[in-house]
Design a protein around this ligand. Structure first.
Ligand code: IMP
Length: 423
C-alpha cells in the first residue's frame, strides 16, 4: 500500500468511511488531513454502527495508529466527547491516536459566526453543518487562530483567547447575539486540554519517520472533490482542500512521497446543503434513492439530495486528484431499478460541456445529457467478485469507469465490511 490518499470523488458522503475501514487492513497508519467535525464517517463492524467525526476510522482496527493531521480543525470538546464514546465501547485510544500540535482549534465563537453568516446570506446560504468550520479556517488564514500547541502554554492560550473573545463579542453584539463568557470558554478548553494532552504530538516528524520506515500510510480525506475550497462549486463548498493536494499540506508528507490516489464514488450521486447539482432528481426517484440508500447526513441528520451518477463530476475528480483507482459504493441501492442513467455531459442551450463549468451560475443552468442502461433487478448484496454481478451491473460499472477515466479497484454492495470486493 505504501502511501495512499483516499478522496471523495463527488460531493462528500461517498462511503469513504467504509472503504477506509476496508483498506485499513493493509495500513499501519491512518491520517485525517483536513476538515473537522463537519464530517461524519459511518462504519459498520459486525452489526455495530460507529459514526466518527474527527477520529480516523483506523481507530476501529486494533494495532493501527490513527493520526489527526495538522490540516484538520479541531473542536476539542467534540473530540473529547468522541474519544470518551469510543472508550465506552471498548476502543483503545492511548497509544493508538495522535493529534497534531499544529492543528487549529474551533471555538464557540466560530460556531456562532457560522450560524450568523448563514442567516445573513438568506436565500444564498451555503447550508453549512454549523460546526464553525469556515470561521475557524478563516482565522487560520488571517493568522489569528489558536492551535493545539497553544493549549500547552496556558498563559499564551489565555491571552490569545481573551483577545479573540473580546473581538468576537463585538461582532456577536452587532448581530444581537448573546456575548460569550471568556471564563467559561477558557475553563472548558483548559479541561479538554488536560484530557487531550497525552495525545498531542509533532505528527509531521512522526509521519515522515513512519514513511521512512516503510510503513503503509493511508490518508483519509473528508467531504469530496466538489466541496473543495479551490476545485468545488464555490461558494457552495467547505473551507478546506478536500482534494489530494490537501493530503500533503494537511500532513507534512511531501508530494513525491505519495504513491497512489483512490477516489470513492457512489453508483449514483448525492449532495447535502445548497448549491448546483445537475443530476438531482426532485421526484419520487430521488426519494426512492434516499430511502433505499438511507441518505441522511451522518453529522446533521439532514436528508441528502439524490440523483443519477454524474460522470462529468467524476471525470473532473479523476483529473484534479490524479485518481489511480476508483472505489464504487452502494451499487446495491440501484438493484431494483428497471433502468439506470448516467450523465455523460451537460448542456446549456446548444452549448455542450464535457467538463465542470467553474461559474456556479452556469453550472446551475446545466441540463444533464444522459446515457441509459438496463437495470439488473436482482440483489447484488451477495456478490463477492465482479463475475458474480449480474451482466447489466457489470456493463454499468465498466461504463462508469470508462466515462470517469480510471479503473475500478473496489466495489461495495452493502454497509458491512464483508460486502465489498476487490477487482
Ligand atoms: P461546512 O463544511 O460545515 O462549512 O459546510 C459547507 C458545505 O459542505 C455544506 O454544503 C455542507 O453540507 C457540506 N459538507 C460539509 N461536510 C460534509 C460532509 O462530511 N459530507 C457532505 N457534505 C458536507
Amino acid at each position: 500500500m505504501a502511501t495512499t490518499i483516499l478522496v471523495g470523488a463527488q460531493w462528500g458522503d461517498e462511503g469513504k468511511g467504509k472503504i477506509i475501514d476496508v483498506l485499513t487492513a493493509q495500513a499501519d497508519v491512518v491520517v485525517r488531513y483536513q476538515g473537522g467535525n463537519n464530517a461524519g464517517h459511518t462504519v459498520l463492524v459486525g452489526g455495530d454502527k460507529f459514526v466518527l467525526h474527527l477520529v480516523p476510522s483506523g481507530i476501529l482496527h486494533p494495532g493501527k495508529i490513527s493520526v489527526i493531521g495538522n490540516g484538520v480543525v479541531i473542536d476539542p470538546c467534540a473530540l473529547v466527547d468522541e474519544i470518551e464514546q469510543l472508550r465506552a465501547r471498548g476502543v483503545a485510544i492511548e497509544g493508538n491516536l495522535l493529534i497534531s500540535e499544529t492543528a487549529h482549534l474551533v471555538f464557540p465563537y466560530h460556531r456562532l459566526l457560522d450560524g450568523i453568516r448563514e442567516l445573513q446570506k438568506g436565500k444564498r446560504k451555503i447550508g453549512t453543518t454549523k460546526r464553525g468550520i469556515g470561521p475557524a479556517y478563516g482565522d487560520k488564514a488571517s493568522r489569528t487562530g489558536l492551535r493545539m500547541v497553544d493549549l500547552r502554554a496556558p498563559e499564551r492560550f489565555a491571552e490569545k483567547l481573551r483577545r479573540k473573545i473580546r473581538e468576537s463579542n463585538e461582532i456577536l453584539k452587532a448581530f444581537g447575539v448573546e456575548p460569550l463568557s471568556y471564563t467559561q470558554v477558557c475553563r472548558c478548553y483548559v479541561d479538554c486540554a488536560r484530557k487531550l494532552q497525552p495525545l498531542i504530538a509533532d505528527t509531521v516528524t512522526w509521519l515522515n519517520c513512519a514513511v521512512n520506515e516503510g510503513k503503509n500510510v493511508l490518508m483519509e480525506g473528508a467531504q469530496g472533490t466538489m466541496l473543495d475550497i479551490d476545485f468545488g462549486t464555490y461558494p457552495f463548498v467547505t473551507s478546506s482542500n478536500s482534494t489530494a493536494g490537501g493530503a500533503c499540506t494537511g500532513t507534512g508528507i511531501a508530494p513525491h512521497r505519495m504513491d497512489k490516489v483512490v477516489g470513492v464514488m457512489k453508483a449514483y450521486t448525492t449532495r447535502v446543503g445548497e448549491g448546483p447539482f445537475p443530476t438531482e432528481l426532485c421526484d419520487g426517484r430521488g426519494a426512492m434513492l434516499r430511502e433505499t440508500g438511507q441518505e441522511f447526513g451522518a453529522t446533521t441528520g439532514r436528508p441528502r439530495r439524490c440523483g443519477w451518477f454524474d460522470a462529468v463530476v467524476t471525470r473532473y475528480a479523476v483529473m484534479v486528484n490524479g485518481i489511480d483507482e476508483l472505489a464504487v459504493t452502494k451499487l446495491d441501492v440501484l438493484d431494483k431499478l428497471p433502468k439506470v442513467k448516467a450523465c455523460v455531459a451537460y448542456k446549456v442551450g446548444r452549448k455542450v460541456y464535457e467538463t465542470v463549468p467553474q461559474d456556479v451560475d452556469i453550472l446551475q443552468r446545466c441540463k444533464p445529457v444522459y446515457e441509459e442502461f438496463d437495470g439488473w433487478q436482482t440483489s447484488t448484496r451477495r456478490a463477492r467478485s465482479f463475475k458474480q454481478l449480474p451482466s447489466q451491473a457489470q456493463a454499468y460499472l465498466l461504463r462508469l469507469s470508462e466515462l470517469s477515466g480510471a479503473k475500478i479497484g473496489i466495489v461495495s454492495v452493502g454497509a458491512e465490511r464483508e460486502e465489498t470486493f476487490f477487482l
